[in-house]
Ligand binder design. Structure first.
Ligand code: ATP
Ligand code: SKM
Ligand code: MG
Length: 177
């Protein structure tokens, strides 16, 4: 059983990348990393503060650097931020350095899971559901472009999502397990 590769989790806000990623890493005995967490660790401030002082462009530059640094690892599950796939170099690097899993769910489900949390500056608007729909329309083709595996998290628990991912990795479709 070869377990050298990385697993990169992409998908929209509230799809469950951080939650599923942590549990998947545990199930595989891989290291867990989260690019949003890493950006906050490096700067010592939260994501809304980075957006406030440096704008989205400043955040994207920090995110790009974190991806460059983290993809050098091995046997790692990396939960990415929802917009990581906007940058073509990120897409290229993720596709080249590991198996990319796209966690998918509806904008309504994303909204239900993110409504109480104020840590997502792109949703700090009057109409967060509408914003989530627009972001999905722009980004869905990019998530699919990089994905080796697409898994839905719609109306199901994280345990079931993790089980499905492990089973599909073991089936060998991606060559990681
Ligand atoms: N399958 C699920 N069922 C129910 N709740 C879930 C599920 N997955 C995640 N959640 C909950 O939804 C919220 C958002 O999940 P999470 O932070 O993992 O999303 P994310 O994809 O990492 O989002 P972001 O891109 O903003 O980092 C959390 O409160 C989490 O506990
Ligand atoms: O979808 C996005 O662009 C974002 C998602 C979050 O994970 C964070 O990376 C940040 O709030 C931006
Ligand atoms: Mg996350």
């Amino acid at each position: 059983m070869i377990r050298a590769q990385n697993i990169f989790i992409v998908g929209p806000m509230g799809a469950g990348k951080s939650t599923v990623g942590r549990q998947l890493a545990e199930a595989l005995s891989y290291t867990f990393k989260d690019s949003d967490q890493e950006i906050q660790r490096r700067t010592g401030v939260d994501i809304p503060t980075i957006f406030e002082f440096e704008g989205e462009a400043g955040f994207r530059a920090r995110e790009r650097q974190v991806i460059i640094d983290l993809i050098a690892g091995e046997r790692m599950v990396l939960a990415t931020g929802g917009g990581v796939i906007i940058d073509p170099e990120n897409r290229q690097d993720l596709a080249a350095r590991g198996v990319v899993i796209y966690l998918h769910c509806s904008a309504e489900q994303q909204h239900a899971r993110t409504a109480r949390d104020r840590n997502r500056p792109l949703l700090d608007t009057e109409e967060p559901l509408q914003r989530l729909r627009e972001l999905m329309e722009e980004r869905e083709p990019l998530y699919r472009q990089v994905a080796d595996m697409v898994v839905t998290t719609e109306k199901r628990g994280t345990g079931s999502v993790v089980k499905e991912i492990v089973r599909r990795l073991e089936e060998g479709a991606t060559g990681v397990l």
